[in-house]
Design a protein around this ligand. Sequence first.
Ligand code: SF4
Length: 404
Amino acid sequence: MTQMHSDGDHIGAPMASLGPMVPVVSPRAADTDPRQDILGLAREDLRMALLAIGVPDRQANMRAKQIWQWVYHRGVTDFEAMSNVAKDVRARLTEHFRISRPEIVDAQYSSDGTRKYLLRFGDGTEAEAVYIPDEDRGTLCISSQVGCTLNCRFCHTGTMKLVRNLTPGEIVAQMMVARDDLGEWPASTDNRRVTNIVMMGMGEPLYNFDHVKKALQIVMDKEGIQLSRRRITLSTAGVVPMMLRCGQEIGVNLAVSLHAVNNETRDEIVPLNRKYRLEQLMEACAAYPGTHNARRITFEYVMLKGVNDSDADARDLVRLLTRYKLPAKVNLIPFNPWPGSPYECSDWDRIERFSDLVFKAGISAPIRTPRGRDIMAACGQLKSTSEKKRKSETLREQAALAQI
Ligand code: SF4
């Protein structure tokens, strides 16, 4: 996860602080609305839920399909608007279910078209999603956790404590909020504004595997949001044991937060490297299902002045990718500073030289234009600004403590 990714401040922390392989989900405080939220329910789960409220078996499949279409193709949040659903069924749906949206605490629009949303969920925790428009696409960067355990040192998110994993519904809801804001309803293939998804927001998606998988299956479902897996990228800091499952069970594109070409430097920048070494990570990349020259793995590489940006680093990067025969593309990310960050961005001519060296070896290494810098939405800058201004920090602390 690292388009928006960045790093934390616990670099000297012992290995134990890196967290378990799949962190335990901390309990959510109860929502005040007791009705079940149908966002994030798989179609089969919705069918079962309909049976449980007395929808006849012979109708349940059709009703689930109708409801999904209203929800994911039309953005409807009120069952009463579902005109092809029988009136008595609508009443029962309203009694038992809801179709929720997180509260938009803050929406910032950058001069370059980037939009950043600070969202508050039912228990008061908050996470961010960022929409980045380009000429031929609109990419939504989605968070998978509130906070992050990994403390990558260049990452602002990494300075937050992990509060909890987001639920499938909360992950899908980030897309729904963006589509509401962008006026994408009724959705059709012609008017899509969110054409791509990157799981690169707050959190390590492979530490919340089950929920991310469930959410992405809804996003890919032909009756759901209908986004092709080729348009979805999951970015990991290198949770090696989960990478194969990600390829086999979700099948989306893979991005890896690499950022260094030897263990010594990577140990510092991405502390998870102390647990899963660079060689293991490269082997897991080589084994990732479905990669070939037309579907390459993206390696994110943040340019840090005097840390990982030398000519020797560029040559070692080429050697590393070649040694493991990886169909690779490297994204060079000029470091986006944030208050208190321990690094500086490499000089521009250094970044260009680095890019040239990698390009000349036959590996694509574009320099990613920083987006949304003016609203702190760029790579590595995500951190709920609410932290400073809201008492939800207290809630986070409590939740983090409850988790230990
Ligand atoms: S894994 Fe966590 S700390 Fe590392 S870049 Fe991603 S959000 Fe930041």
